[in-house]
Ligand binder design. Structure first.
Ligand code: UDP
Length: 254
């Protein structure tokens, strides 16, 4: 029996600590349990301070994973050891697991500029020809969005990857997850752009030195405004790291 991820906190937001998120999510698949996964980084944590609806979506998620180095830094300050789990790596590992198990249900890709999710799906299709992949871009008209909902309901994909950016993807998943109650839903930001080959991830050296954010800034300088909250995150992390975690009514007794 797999141990459920342990719940901790980053500021007032939940974070789940676990050695093997992929195995835990696969065990949820086997039990037909739906899961909303949030991939938390420091930018998102700061954004949630200003957007209560984003904070609510994160709190309602079943699994919040540490996507960013800032979150790991925060946990380390609290003596909590956890390996970073970037959302794109979790999503890739789940597609690989589905490919190796010859999953019967389809996998849905939703998001990105027109053509991007299709290109990303084609890349995966080449690796796993027997997987069924559904792809929809992230700029649908009202009619197309209604058609997407109908397709999801009819096809019941097992894995639904949503790349609409933060907070759009978290809010969309929270509103639509009832359509496929047994699915794993993950907000994956710009991962389709990376799989499609139109953007690249930071080379390993940058990731190993916790500088992925700097590489993104170099690739997409318009991010400076969003990233200007990072020093604020670091400062707050230092100040709050030594205050005890708040307890939630849903937490098991201490
Ligand atoms: N996007 C989309 N629909 C929209 C707005 C954005 O599909 O209405 C896509 C955009 O094309 C990009 C992704 O959302 O592929 C956002 O990627 P980013 O790396 O900016 O995500 P974040 O940093 O918010 O995780």
């Amino acid at each position: 029996m797999l141990k459920a991820p342990r719940r901790s906190q980053v500021f007032d937001l939940p974070i789940h600590l676990c050695d093997d998120y992929v195995a835990w999510l696969q065990s949820r698949w086997q039990q037909n349990l739906g899961t909303h996964v949030v991939t938390l980084n420091s930018e998102m944590a700061m954004q949630a301070e200003r957007q209560p609806e984003l904070a609510a979506a994160i709190r309602q998620a079943d699994l919040v994973i540490p996507d960013g180095a800032g979150v790991i830094f925060y946990l380390r300050l609290r003596q909590q050891r956890q390996q970073r789990c970037p959302g794109i790596e979790l999503a890739s590992a789940l597609i690989e697991a589905a490919g190796q198990q010859s999953l019967a249900e389809p996998i849905a890709f939703y998001g990105g500029a027109p053509g991007i999710a299709e290109r990303a799906a084609a890349v995966w299709q080449k690796r796993y020809p027997h997987l069924r992949l559904l792809a929809f871009h992230g700029y649908l008209s009202a009619e197309e969005a209604a058609a997407l909902e109908q397709t999801l309901q009819a096809e019941q994909p097992r894995l639904i990857l949503v790349g609409l950016g933060v907070p759009r993807q978290e809010l969309w998943i929270a509103q639509h997850r009832r359509l496929c109650p047994g699915a794993t839903w993950i907000g994956i930001g710009g991962s389709f752009d990376i799989w499609a080959g139109v953007k690249s991830r930071a080379p390993a050296w940058w990731c190993e030195h916790n500088l992925e954010w700097l590489y993104r800034l170099y690739q997409e300088p318009w991010r400076w405004r969003r990233m200007s909250v990072l020093p604020q995150f670091a400062l707050r992390a230092l100040v709050t790291a030594y205050t005890p975690n708040r307890r939630y009514s849903s937490d098991p007794p201490a």
